[in-house]
Design a protein. Structure first.
Ligand code: GUN
Length: 287
């Protein structure tokens, strides 16, 4: 059987480290790290994510300041709020929950966040720093993916990695992080020709297409490592819902290690958000 990489346990360990960093910062400077969380509208999935992020901040001793705006908020109003948060010395991190309503240009909004407070790592400055390997804040899910992989991989040099999905949030940044470790990275997507054959050559597959059960057993080489980033809520016959990943996990017994959904990448994403917030707070105080 494939080893199951326990994202919940790893997230607990990372959050314990983050909690210790919060305490240390508070002792040295008297300042508790603070994260502003902005939610525009009432998208149900976003509500769940935001609630979870705030609860985890609270457990780690990070102050969270919630800003809830109605779905019909004008872009200028949101930009004003970001400007105030940028200037607020007590706020270390700013998180604008995506997706934003359609009257708002998300790229423009993300562009206005102070890169030093951009704990999501979505600002073009942080994207550029990631692609040149020059520091900056790294997006939470890709950072979590790397920590999960680090628990089973010592040396990435020359390994064949296939990333499925080309999003700005996961596919592209995770490819950059793996290139930095000198893996041979192939970024694929739903239009890639012969995707099962491409995937089957991989030592590591990172599945981030958002397509339930896309990756089947025959796509995976025996002994490969599979990180499942997909989280889709599907309706079952009895009317209840269930979270499913991008991989048909029951067909992956021949893999060396896999991440479950739920309980794999998801908890690590939130733990990395907390860690990024404390990193931003430490840097703001020149530590
Ligand atoms: N919506 C879905 N994933 C994310 C994320 O990582 N950050 C933010 N801000 N919004 C999201």
């Amino acid at each position: 059987m494939a080893q199951i990489i326990d994202g919940r346990a790893m997230a607990r360990a990372l959050s314990a480290e983050t909690t210790a960093r919060v305490e240390a910062l508070r002792t040295r400077t008297g300042h508790a790290p603070a994260l502003a969380v902005v939610l525009v509208g009432g998208d149900p999935a976003s509500e769940v994510y935001v609630r979870r992020k705030i609860a985890e901040c609270c457990k780690a001793g990070i102050l969270s300041v919630e800003h809830r705006l109605p779905a019909d908020t004008a872009q200028a109003t949101l930009l004003d709020l970001i400007e105030r948060l940028n200037l607020d010395g007590d706020i270390d991190g700013i998180l604008i929950q995506l997706p934003l309503p359609e009257q708002i240009d998300a790229a423009l909004v993300l562009d206005r966040i102070d890169p030093a407070k951009d704990v999501d790592g979505f600002h073009p400055v942080n994207v550029g720093r990631l692609s040149t390997g020059t520091g900056g804040l790294v997006p939470c899910t890709p950072l979590g993916v790397m920590k999960l992989l680090d628990s089973v991989v010592d040396d990435y040099r020359g390994l064949d990695v296939v990333v499925i999905g080309k999003s700005n949030i996961v596919g592209k940044p995770v490819a950059m992080l793996l290139l930095e470790r000198e893996a041979t990275v192939t970024v694929t997507h739903i239009e890639t020709r012969g995707l099962p054959d491409v995937a089957r050559k991989a030592d590591i597959i990172v599945a981030a297409a958002g397509v339930p059960h896309l990756v089947r057993g025959y796509w995976v080489k025996p002994g490969a490592i599979v990180i499942d980033v997909g989280i889709t809520r599907i309706m079952q016959e009895d009317g209840s819902t269930r979270l499913v990943g991008d991989c048909a996990m029951e067909e992956l017994a021949h893999a060396r290690a896999v991440t479950p959904v739920p309980g794999g990448v998801g908890p690590m994403t939130i733990a990395c958000l907390l860690s990024n917030t404390v990193t931003a707070a430490e840097r703001a105080r020149h530590e």
